[in-house]
Design a protein around this ligand. Structure first.
Ligand SMILES: Nc1nc2c(ncn2[C@@H]2O[C@H](COP(=O)(O)OP(=O)(O)O)[C@@H](O)[C@H]2O)c(=O)[nH]1
Ligand SMILES: [Mg+2]
Length: 354
């Protein structure tokens, strides 16, 4: 799961990157080159902690989150330079966008302008999608002129024209309806306005918790979360106990990383299932609504190919009843087929034969 921090220069993206990943990337750094900060972090999950204690495995593997922060160009550079093609290319590959907006006073820009900044960013994403679609359409049409025509290229042409028409009077493609075939084509374009997105209002200690009105407005468009970026960055450098004291002080109940991962799962529609044993306790991500055979495939393609059945019980039952033995005795241990829809917190053991 890859999340890209995206926002205007000096909105605190790198500060947040450090807060979320415990990294030490330079703040306020300008670089003529687009150098992404990339870090892979554990998705904190108390369920894995519990399972690891219970099974005492050789190895415990958490789900991971890859966070990408792109150092843009100097703050006073022209707007189109801040969103250079290279930056856009890096960000285009992420699974979800975390749009960062400045919610603190800045020496240069003054008071926060959360809604206006968000609008600027949305316009940028919109324009970038328009350009991608137009370029692609141009290429297809050229190909057609040269006689390079296929069912796929005809379908693409038709779909792109429909998208561009939609964008004529809509701010994004999010509210457009797509068939399964459309989606298959359009996925390859990695369009920004189709990517799951959340908004991070990056505020400071004095404003934290006082942005409810603007967050309410922004929430109508995107899932929104408020972080006190600088403060959270300092927190990430403390040990857990110290951090807890400061968090209580600010009324922060959960670390920034934990809140971001929860939201990311939500906007991506992901759920977790677990595999357990003396070798390894491990968390896996799949899309909600996925079947047991898809879950098996997430572990290894052989498990999907040779799928026979899955042994299944739920984390909550295990937590409540205390052991696998009790689960069996209470009739909570099930054998499910390939069409079983996996539920968040399922513990699976795939039986397979290849
Ligand atoms: N007051 C305050 N300043 C912040 C916060 N987050 C970032 N800044 C400041 O904003 C400036 C730009 O931060 P940086 O993380 O480099 O922004 P980026 O350009 O979006 O990566 C730096 O001077 C930071 O110290 C915050 O939460 N509160
Ligand atoms: Mg930066």
């Amino acid at each position: 799961m890859k999340i890209g921090l995206f926002g205007l220069p000096k909105s605190g993206k790198t500060t947040l990157f450090n807060a979320l990943t415990g990294s030490d990337a330079p703040i306020n750094s300008f670089s003529p080159k687009v150098e992404p900060n990339i870090s892979i972090v554990r998705v904190l999950d108390q369920r894995i902690d519990f399972l690891s204690q219970m099974y005492n495995p050789k190895k415990t593997t958490y789900a991971t989150l890859e966070i990408v922060d792109v150092a843009g160009i100097q703050g006073d550079a022209l707007r189109q330079e801040s969103f250079s093609g290279e930056l856009m290319r890096i960000i285009r590959n992420v699974d979800a966008l975390a749009i960062v907006v400045r919610g603190f006073d800045s020496d240069l820009e003054g008071e926060p302008a959360i809604e206006a900044d968000l609008k600027t960013i949305e316009e940028e994403l919109f324009l970038s999608d328009m350009i991608v679609l137009e370029k692609r359409l141009e290429r297809i049409k050229e190909g057609h002129k040269k006689g390079k025509k296929s069912d796929l290229s005809i379908a693409e042409e038709e779909l792109i024209e429909r998208c561009l028409a939609h964008l004529n009077d809509h701010p994004s493609l999010r509210d457009m309806e797509f068939s399964a075939a459309d989606l298959q084509i359009i996925r390859g374009f990695q369009l920004f306005t189709l990517k799951p997105a959340l908004v991070i209002v990056n505020t400071d200690e004095s404003r934290y918790g006082k942005n409810d009105a603007v967050i309410g407005t922004v929430s109508q468009l995107h899932r929104t979360v408020e972080f006190a970026g600088n403060f959270e960055m300092e927190l990430s450098r403390l040990d857990a106990e110290e951090a807890k004291l400061f968090m209580d002080d600010m009324n922060i109940t959960e670390s920034a990383r934990s809140r971001l991962s929860t939201l990311a799962y939500e906007i991506l529609g992901y759920i977790s299932f677990f595999t357990v044993g003396s070798d390894e306790v491990r968390a896996w991500n799949i899309t909600g609504g996925a079947t047991a055979v898809t879950a098996a495939g997430a572990i290894h393609s052989d498990l999907a190919r040779g799928f026979i059945a899955a042994e299944c019980f739920s984390y909550n039952d295990l937590r409540e009843l205390g052991s696998e033995k009790a689960i069996r005795e209470q009739g909570k241990f099930r054998l499910v087929g390939k069409d079983y829809i996996v539920v968040d917190g399922d513990i699976l053991n795939i039986r397979f034969n290849v």
